[in-house]
Design a protein around this ligand. Structure first.
Ligand SMILES: *Cc1c(COP(=O)(O)O)cnc(C)c1O
Length: 820
């Protein structure tokens, strides 16, 4: 097979071993005799980070010297997962380092298990940011990722008698994270509170400036994003908020020392903890502080780079673009306006035209509870100058609306950045659409709904601004690294270029009917199922049959994702196995993993219910091992890496119109799992790629969902007329699954019946059962199933995040690759 030239550093084994031992001694005060596995992992990672830090600094210098245009990816979340294993692959050093460590008496696989995931994100949105950074570096599109250095990542989840428990996640450990490097020369100062001062400048013009009431420090930590075998390394720059040093307390002109100390304590808590909500905003002051702190540090750093390279401020948009990952960093828009107006003394029009050609915004959701609004009074208090600027932006925008729709107050009310009411609110999404040059949805269907339902007037006002970029996942982590056995099999068949050119997988389709390849492919699947079964046996004490269908639903716990639809289906299988002598099924293992937001009671009740049903079902000998349910605790990237390669079936069963894209669906299909899914998000495009025969689609379409809701959805009608549904839901009453605690699970049934079933679980139940029966039937045909699984892997090359990034580059960012 022809291989393209890849750049990997030459590896000096002895020098590397010496570096590891040096770190062991100097950084961790250990000798080979005293060191634990954890020390070895730390020292090895530090030795590797030494290599990548050198490349990071050199790449930075090259991009600055050559005045390269870059993208700045602003995100409150980067769910990067463990770095050491993946970085070894990017560096092209996996085998060599494995050998070098073996010679030191250490097993690389064991060492990699010592790393705790940096869980600096909730779910898909944060993981997308991580995949995008990987793809930017792999293709050498100049980029800086900007995020927050949370002291505590997403909580650690455990179960106590089936109920979710949350514990803080100090991801850096006591020794600090070996991949991060502090960059004190990049530190920033950030103001908060205070007031706006009006003054007359030397030319006699009236000007305004913000006089903050307090100041905090922003410390810059860089993590290396290592390009796949190309020697380019870009920074993921994470800001940590620190209380100002004591002498800065003099800033407080009222001399209130105690108040100053209180403020310092508050500052110290700004980047303490990641907010654990997914697709839900709460409007807490500390969250707005986090958002502003993130934006202020990042915008200041972007301007620092731009000016240090000798460019004029007016040329900012020529060299820099800023992508806002959802509305969480929206405040960057008024922040840049403030700096251009108040510190660079640009005219409004000039400043606005810079802003308008710098920012682009990605919309991730249509769910009303996830669309951010901030109370005007909160912003007035924390960021008084920014509020003035927001008002001015809106004032000028309202003139535009008036010109387009004269005298139409209704459309003004709808498009205004300010939502009227007894508490006036600032709508962040509107500010993003008005303040940026591009807006994108994250899958074709979602982007259409953004245009049709969420922002139709904006689409009319700014033709072409609203676009689509379908999400993707990095094939390095989500195939090459997590599924080494399948990767080796693919290498054998089509060569080793596919991790950087995922479209090449399509040539695997030629082997879909090849009995030998089918056998090899399914043998890999089986080995991956065994790997997961061993993990479950070791960690949970549950034995799984690897001949059973491994049916996987792993994602944040949310009503719209409908883990409870999956649960009701499991109850229906339980009911049929016990009550219908004619009923038979292929053995199936239902595997769940999901964290629920700590304040989301129903989501936590669903976890509890699944755990209770699992307890009963897994120990009921009448089922003859046909039905197993496992809820694996503490869902995170490293767990996804074990589960995904082992999946036969991928559950993507959101209510149509609610899941913007999904990326779990892509990872699972890439690893040869067959999707059972609704016509929602990227499922629609997965179906287009793999073909109707190789996916199990069910359920109401978006427009059918909308019509049913409009005409008055009555879930009880489905309950009354479908005896299987009735029997399944009624199992939630009584104490079948909660001995001695009757009706402990009745809350879910109540939500679906009396509660109105807001996500149409009952409306889709019957069709879901039918789709599951088709799966059961298809799995009996071993060759037929193998063919479908192979075609899934072969035909989802489109969903590489490399392709997503090329779409952004060509249609939005207009970047050029810069080779090292
Ligand atoms: C991919 C991924 C997600 C997103 O999953 P969806 O099914 O798209 O919601 C969430 N969490 C982790 C850890 C992931 O790896």
């Amino acid at each position: 097979m022809m291989q393209t030239q890849t750049k990997v550093p030459t590896f000096d084994k002895a020098a590397f071993q010496a570096s590891v031992e040096q770190h062991l001694l100097v950084t961790y005060a250990q000798t080979p005799a005293t060191a634990t596995s954890r020390h070895w992992y730390l020292a090895m990672s530090r030795a590797l980070a030494d290599i990548s830090t050198g490349n990071l600094i050199e790449t930075e210098q090259q991009l600055s010297d050559q005045s390269c245009r870059s993208v700045n990816y602003l995100s409150l979340e980067f769910l990067i997962g463990r770095l050491t294993g993946n970085n070894l692959i990017s560096l092209g050093l996996y085998e060599q380092v494995s050998g070098a460590m073996a010679a030191l008496g250490q097993n690389l696989t064991d060492l990699l298990e010592e790393e705790r995931d940096p869980a600096l994100g909730n779910g898909g949105l944060g993981r997308l940011a991580a995949c995008f950074m990987d793809s930017l570096a792999a293709q050498e599109f100049p980029a800086v990722g900007y995020g927050l250095h949370y002291e505590y990542g997403l909580f650690r989840q455990s179960f106590d008698h089936g109920r979710q428990m949350e514990a803080p996640d100090a991801w850096r450990g006591q020794e600090g994270y070996p991949w991060e490097v502090l960059r004190p020369e990049l530190n920033q100062k950030v103001g908060l509170y205070g007031h706006v001062e009006v003054y007359t400048d030397d030319a006699g013009a009236e000007r305004r400036r913000w006089v903050p009431g307090m100041q905090v420090d922003g410390n810059a930590w860089d993590l290396p994003i290592i390009g796949y075998q190309n020697n380019s390394v870009y920074p993921l720059r994470l800001w940590e908020c620190r209380a100002p040093a004591p002498f800065d307390l003099a800033l407080f002109n009222d001399g209130d020392y105690i108040a100053a100390q209180q403020a310092a304590i508050q500052a110290g808590s700004v980047t303490k903890v990641l907010y654990p909500n997914d697709n839900h905003e709460q409007g807490k002051t500390l969250r707005l502080m986090q958002q502003y702190f993130h934006c202020a540090c990042s915008v200041a750093d972007i301007l620092r780079r731009h000016l240090a390279a000798g460019h004029a401020i007016e040329d900012l948009a020529k060299l820099e673009t800023i992508q806002l990952n959802d509305t969480h960093p929206t405040i960057a828009i008024p922040e840049l306006m403030r700096i251009l107006l108040d510190e660079h003394f640009m005219s409004w029009d000039d400043a606005w035209s810079v802003c308008n050609s710098v920012f682009a915004y990605t919309n991730h959701t249509l769910l009303p509870e996830a669309l951010e609004t901030w109370s005007e009074s909160l912003i007035a208090n924390l960021l008084p100058r920014h509020l003035e600027i927001i008002f001015e932006i809106n004032h000028r925008f309202m003139d535009l609306v008036e010109a387009k729709w004269p005298g139409n107050d209704e459309v003004k009310r709808k498009l205004s950045v300010i939502q009227e009411g007894n508490q006036r609110m600032v709508r962040m999404a509107n500010l993003c659409v008005i303040g940026g040059y591009a807006v994108n949805g994250v899958a074709a269907l979602h982007s259409e709904l953004v245009k049709r339902d969420l922002f139709p007037e904006f689409d009319a006002l700014y033709p072409g601004k609203l676009q689509n970029v379908t999400n993707g996942v990095t094939p390095r982590r989500w195939l090459k690294f997590c599924n080494p056995a399948l990767s080796a099999l693919i290498d054998e068949k089509i060569g080793t270029d596919w991790p950087a050119k995922l479209e090449q997988l399509s040539s695997l389709a030629d082997f879909a009917d090849d009995a030998e390849f089918q056998h090899a492919f399914m043998a890999v699947k089986k080995a991956n199922k065994q790997r997961l079964a061993d993990w479950v046996a070791d960690n949970m004490g549950i034995t799984l049959n690897t001949d059973a269908i491994f049916d996987v639903q792993i994602k944040r716990l949310h009503e719209y994702k409908r883990q409870h639809l999956n649960l009701v289906h499991i109850l229906s299988l339980y009911h049929r196995l016990l009550n219908d002598p004619k009923f038979d099924m292929q053995p199936r293992v239902f595997i769940f993993a999901a964290k629920a937001a700590p304040g989301y009671a129903l989501a936590k009740d669903i976890i509890f219910a699944i755990n209770k049903v699992a307890d009963k079902v897994n120990n009921d000998s009448r089922l003859a091992g046909k039905l197993k349910v496992v809820f694996i605790p503490d869902y995170r990237v490293s767990l996804a890496e074990i589960i995904i390669p082992a999946a036969d079936v991928s559950e993507q069963i959101s209510t149509a119109g609610k899941e913007a894209s999904g990326t779990g669906n892509m990872k699972l299909a890439l690893n040869g799992a067959l999707t059972v899914g609704t016509m929602d998000g990227a499922n629609v495009e997965i179906r287009e790629e793999v073909g109707d025969d190789n996916i199990f689609i069910f359920g109401l379409l978006v427009d059918e969902v909308m019509e049913l809701v409009q005409t008055g959805y009555q879930p009880t009608r489905y309950y009354e007329s479908d005896s299987l549904l009735k029997a399944s839901l009624d199992l939630l009453l009584g104490d079948t699954f909660t001995p001695g605690e009757p009706d402990a699970l009745a809350g879910i049934r109540h939500n679906l019946l009396e509660g109105g079933d807001p996500y149409l679980v009952l409306a889709d139940f019957a069709d879901y059962v039918t789709a599951q029966e088709r799966i059961d039937h298809a799995y009996r045909d071993k060759a037929g199933w193998a063919r479908k699984a192979i075609l899934n892997t072969a035909l989802v090359g489109k969903f590489s995040s490399d392709r997503s990034i090329r779409d952004y580059v060509e249609n939005i960012w207009q970047l050029k690759a810069v080779k090292r």
